[in-house]
Design a protein around this ligand. Structure first.
Ligand code: FAD
Length: 503
């Protein structure tokens, strides 16, 4: 079907820009709108009392960026951006024909252009089970931490970034880690890299090698500033370094972490103690522990996995991804929604509804992407989309054309797992390349792991673990699409200075 017009030009400009959501996408969008259009009113509506803002932004490559994230008061944003007004409120619905947004406390906010940045909520394996928790924002981490303090065993479900970090960080508590894949961390890396990390799952952590922590989140104790009772909207998602400063130690005295990975399985059922007793089954002991050693196998909750193993535990962390928070906007079926539940956006971050844009975790990129870019719900993309959405909103309003930001040319993400720097570039896991690709590998146990994905001699992606210093050169090689067949395996020869090679 033809796309609807991006704009209803009859609209009165005085209503200004309205953004819903005070996470990275919404705040970046507000800051960018303020910079581009300092005389127009911008209203940011956020259900969370504190907002998230990017600081110390560093462009570390053509598309690679690093930054810290701070939680700020709404006043700080208003001071830095005088035409931005932040309202702490929860949006209940929108009438996109009338160009109005309605809040739970009965207020109406008219808009000329609206950007929805409401993020997502953890996808839980079961709803309303007090023993199954998700991790998204400061409040949910606090909840997790309270449960952790008395925990002897926890079951973690999921194989993404949050699960990886939790499994590594938790100490003094047995961890059963249930993943549906045949290797750990496969959202981010392949089986080879998983092998590289496996010894770190159970090894003690080397404190002195720990990097300097970057982000410190402010922990707001429940105060008058806290979301009102009955709120269903979550706070902004945590992000890089979210677990720093949080104690993740269980009841056992030892600092060691004991992890049992259960591969290729999912949770079949979560059982109460009574339900477990009725099954007449015996629960598994923690591997390596005899039944005699397992002093108390009376657990508050039991988890039956699809591999038929049944474990008792103190609680379950469901780290199986997010569901976009679109609820308030789906009353009248106007929005086109992608199969993953996100609001579909075109290459101008525009939804299927005139004058409504979306950015960050709530949206699903539905344009024809550049060959080496794809969407992943990450800080970096929330920032990039928020910023680009603002540029598009202003350009569309002024009837101007705008090119897509370069960041959508190449997927680039830098992060840290198990205390190693990880750089992911392009189709780093050969995503979407079928079977017609080659891999080059270089691995020094405990030090670095480098993987390059080539197709028809051209670099399509790379995984760099450790301090490889290869990211800038590889980014350029991917973007330039240079034929690398003549170089063969020299490309990863540690004795060749690759930067000089391609000078
Ligand atoms: P959010 O940050 O979720 O913000 C949504 C905002 O909308 C919030 O302010 C919320 O209060 C508001 N809102 C929602 N509904 C309403 C409503 N009805 N009315 C008003 N306001 C509303 N990414 C990385 O790149 N690296 C990492 O290491 C990393 N680690 C993570 C660790 C954890 C524990 C989690 C949960 C996520 C992590 N992520 C990481 C993902 C990253 O945090 C998200 O992709 C990113 O924060 C999304 O930003 P956003 O602005 O789209 O949404």
């Amino acid at each position: 079907a033809p796309l609807p017009p991006r704009s209803d030009q009859r609209r009165d400009r005085t209503a200004g820009f309205v953004i819903v959501g005070g996470g990275i996408a919404g705040v970046t969008c507000a800051e960018q709108l303020s910079a581009l259009s300092p005389d127009d009113p911008v209203t940011l509506l956020s259900a969370s009392p504190l907002i998230k803002s990017v600081t110390n932004f560093r462009q570390v490559g053509r598309a690679l960026e690093e930054f810290d994230v701070e939680e700020k008061t709404t006043g700080a944003l208003q001071k830095a951006c005088p035409n931005v007004r932040v309202v702490h409120t929860q949006v209940r619905a929108a009438d996109t024909d009338k160009h109005e947004v309605y809040t739970e406390d009965g207020e109406t906010f008219p808009y000329t252009k609206l950007c929805i940045c409401t993020g997502g909520q953890p996808k839980l394996i079961t709803k309303d089970n007090p023993y199954v928790i998700g991790i998204r924002d400061t409040e949910t981490v606090q909840h997790f931490q309270q449960k952790m303090a008395n925990a002897r065993r926890v079951v973690i479900v999921g194989n993404g970034g949050i699960a990886l970090e939790l499994v590594y960080e938790i100490e003094g508590c047995e961890v059963i880690w249930a993943i549906k894949d045949d290797s750990i961390g496969n959202t981010f890396f392949d089986r080879g890299a998983a092998e590289f990390f496996l010894p770190h799952l159970t090894a003690g952590k080397c404190e002195e090698n720990k990097p300097l922590k970057r982000l410190k989140y402010t922990v707001t104790e429940s105060s008058s500033d806290s979301p009102k009772k009955g709120d269903t909207a979550m706070g902004g998602a945590l992000g890089p370094d979210w677990k720093d400063g949080w104690r993740m130690k269980g009841k056992h005295d030892q600092a060691a972490h004991r992890v049992q990975v259960e591969y290729q399985c999912e949770v079949q059922e979560v059982l109460t103690r009574e339900e477990f007793t009725r099954t007449g089954q015996t629960a598994e002991c923690f591997p390596g522990t005899s039944r005699a050693e397992e002093q108390n196998d009376d657990w508050p909750v039991y988890v039956l996995l699809t591999n038929k193993r049944l474990y008792g535990c103190d609680f379950v962390v469901s780290a199986t991804g997010v569901v976009p928070s679109t609820g308030p906007f789906l009353h009248n079926d106007q929005f086109s929604v992608a199969p993953d539940g996100g609001l579909r956006v075109d290459d101008h971050m525009h939804t299927s509804v005139p004058d409504v844009y979306a950015a960050g975790d709530v949206c699903t990129a539905s344009w024809e992407p550049a060959p080496q870019w794809f969407q992943m719900r990450l800080w970096s993309q929330a920032r990039q989309m928020g910023s680009y959405a603002a540029k598009c909103m202003v350009a569309d309003r002024d009837g101007e054309d705008i090119d897509m930001d370069f960041c959508f040319e190449l997927f680039a993400h830098v992060t840290k797992f198990f205390n190693y720097k990880i750089v992911l570039l392009g189709r780093y896991n050969a995503q979407g390349l079928g079977k017609d690709y080659e891999l080059l590998l270089r691995c020094t146990k405990g030090l670095e792991y480098v993987k390059v994905v080539l197709q028809a001699g051209r670099m399509q992606g790379a995984v760099l673990i450790g301090d490889t210093d290869l990211e800038e050169t590889f980014e350029n090689l991917i973007v330039n699409g240079m034929d690398l067949s003549p170089y063969g395996e020299d490309l990863l020869d540690p004795n060749i200075d690759i930067e000089d090679y391609f000078d």
